[in-house]
Write a protein that binds this ligand. Structure first.
Ligand code: GLC
Length: 554
């Protein structure tokens, strides 16, 4: 399978591996486009929209798990890696999608979830039906309980989604699940687990996928003694050694995966979901014989504040340089509150409690900042991740009816955490009322999550040719980035500070990016030509208003 080269610039700049500076668009299939009218997005829906994605100007698509799954956690409970979930289509659909995407110059990344499988996976079905101590149970973490009758869980670990990390089977044994009870953790000390995952990687690499996104990448290795540890939050900096977060042995897994990835004529990319606050511990995953990239969650978590953003940018570049890995820039994904909403709140608050979601949110302000942030992301050295719908300026849907919610965070916290459904609402494509072209007009089923009526003005069709729309900004910015040689080198330097609340940097000799996070206008530097602005400028183009970014030549 050949993939069209992205630009002639690439050749001119020594054809660095594509993942080093790619823009990767995340497709949450269930909410992208529904071709068969059952209210659930599917692969046929994605295939129909491939021209839209190619035209948008992204380089690659990352698909959240599309495998057979009971969807207890949006597909991160994989029942069979070699089958596509029937709600999404068939393996043939996936193969066609990969071929069609490649023909349009789009690479494909699929998700792999090493920490756990679904409780409906053949291995767990077998383990459930087998005796305590059996080989089938050795692929997981089964233990007797504590207490006189084993009625207490084997230890005090808690699930990421809330509640205990252990569930008891009728025969009395407990099994470990660091996420939902439907997601039993795998035992990576068992060689079969490693062998099976390497076979899964090859299964998809042989079908032409160009890389994998590695889910919960810090968690598969466990201390086999399963020592007491207490409630935890896995995304914080864990004390080391931790019984299951970021253990040194976990790196062995990815060294093996790297060998698999490198065994292909064009090496496959490994991209890790590594939520670690310590930049050095994160960079360890990006050593030359491990992963290629990891998501920059520090950046995603950072409020819209110049000093803090400058700190995160510097920290990111400093942590990545010694291991020679490209930085990544990401603001939204299927797990977090959409950034239009965050940036419209005081302190860009990320939380999902009813109080936080009910806090005053200025969506116009959030949208202006999201536009400015796009030009910042795309001007930084490295690769960028976009989450479906951000190119339409979608905001978090905070008022979903409880009956519609599906996320285990919501159920396992008894509603204290409203969960992630609000960032997973099906996209508006066209028309003036739900389903906004997400499903065909003749379909009988409503979209699996209700869309806000106010999204009529954000539908892709409405924005397509509108000069000031978010979609137009994304398309223009992506095209401009692609054609701008300076943005495809590692060159980066802050300029003489325009002021503490302005991010102002150069890429190469003639490209400059200036982000105004202050509350006053900032003059466009002299002797510079405007390339692109995230919003209207003042004084005939001489002033950059607050919450606005400009790209300049000069
Ligand atoms: C990752 C995924 C998230 C999922 C979890 C468990 O954090 O991004 O959606 O719930 O892993 O697989």
């Amino acid at each position: 399978m050949t993939v069209r080269t992205r630009t002639s610039d690439e050749a001119a700049h020594g054809a660095a591996p594509w993942w080093q500076d790619a823009v990767i668009y995340q497709v949450y299939v269930r909410s992208f486009a529904d071709a068969d009218g059952d209210g659930i997005g599917d692969l046929a829906g994605v295939r129909a929209k491939l021209p839209y994605l190619a035209d948008l100007g992204v380089d690659a698509l990352w698909f959240n798990p599309w495998y057979a799954s009971p969807l207890a956690d949006g597909g991160y409970d994989v029942a069979d890696y070699r089958r596509i979930d029937p709600a999404f289509g068939t393996l043939e659909d996936a193969e066609q999608l990969i071929a069609e995407a490649h023909a349009l110059g789009l690479r494909i990344i699929v998700d792999v979830v090493p920490n756990h499988v679904s409780d409906r996976h053949a291995w767990f079905e077998e383990a459930r039906a087998s005796q305590p101590g059996s080989a089938a149970r050795e692929r997981f973490w089964f233990r007797p309980g504590r207490g006189a009758d084993g009625e207490l869980p084997p230890n005090d670990w808690t699930s990421e989604f809330g509640g205990p990390a252990w569930t008891r089977l009728p025969d009395g044994e407990w099994y470990l699940h660091l996420f939902a009870a439907e997601q039993p953790d795998l035992n990576w000390n068992n060689p079969e687990v490693a062998e099976e995952h390497e076979a899964v990687l090859r299964f998809w690499f042989d079908r032409g996928v160009d890389g994998v996104r590695i889910d919960s990448a810090t968690m598969p290795a466990k201390d086999p003694a399963l020592p007491a540890f207490g409630p935890h939050h896995t995304k914080a900096t864990p004390p080391q050694p931790h019984p299951f977060v970021d253990r040194d042995e976990v790196h062995e897994i990815y060294r093996h995966w790297r060998k698999v990835a490198d065994s292909y004529p064009e090496p496959k990319a490994l991209i890790g979901e590594v939520w670690l606050a310590d930049p050095e511990r994160l960079a360890a995953y990006l050593r030359a014989d491990e992963m290629h990239c990891a998501f920059n969650f520090d950046y995603l978590n950072c409020p819209w504040d110049a000093e803090r953003l400058r700190g995160v940018i510097d920290g990111t570049l400093a942590a990545h340089a010694p291991v020679g890995a490209p930085a990544t820039w990401v603001l939204s994904n299927h797990d977090v509150t959409r950034h239009v909403t965050r940036y419209g709140r005081a302190d860009s608050a990320m939380g999902r409690s009813p109080a936080q979601h009910g806090a005053p949110t200025d969506l116009a302000l959030g949208t202006r900042r999201a536009r400015a942030a796009l030009l910042l992301n795309l001007a930084l050295p490295g690769s960028c991740y976009l989450y479906q719908g951000e190119e339409l300026g979608l905001w978090e849907v905070t008022d979903l009816p409880d009956a519609a919610r599906q996320d285990p965070f919501f159920f396992r916290s008894a509603g204290a955490d409203l969960g992630r459904d609000g960032c997973r609402v099906p996209l508006p494509w066209s028309g003036v009322a739900p389903p906004f072209g997400f499903s065909p007009t003749e379909s009988t089923a409503a979209p699996w999550l209700p869309q806000p009526q106010a999204w009529a003005s954000l539908a892709a069709e409405v924005q397509q040719d509108a000069a000031g729309s978010m979609l137009t900004l994304y398309r223009t910015a992506l095209r401009t980035r692609r054609a701008e040689p300076a943005l495809h080198t590692p060159d980066f330097a802050w300029t003489q500070a325009t002021g503490p609340e302005v991010l102002d940097f150069r890429r190469g000799d003639s490209f400059r990016c200036l982000v105004n996070l202050s509350d006053a206008d900032v003059p466009v530097p002299q002797a510079h030509a405007l390339v692109l602005a995230s919003g209207p400028l003042g004084a005939d183009g001489a002033l950059v208003p607050p919450d606005t970014t400009v790209w300049l030549h000069g």
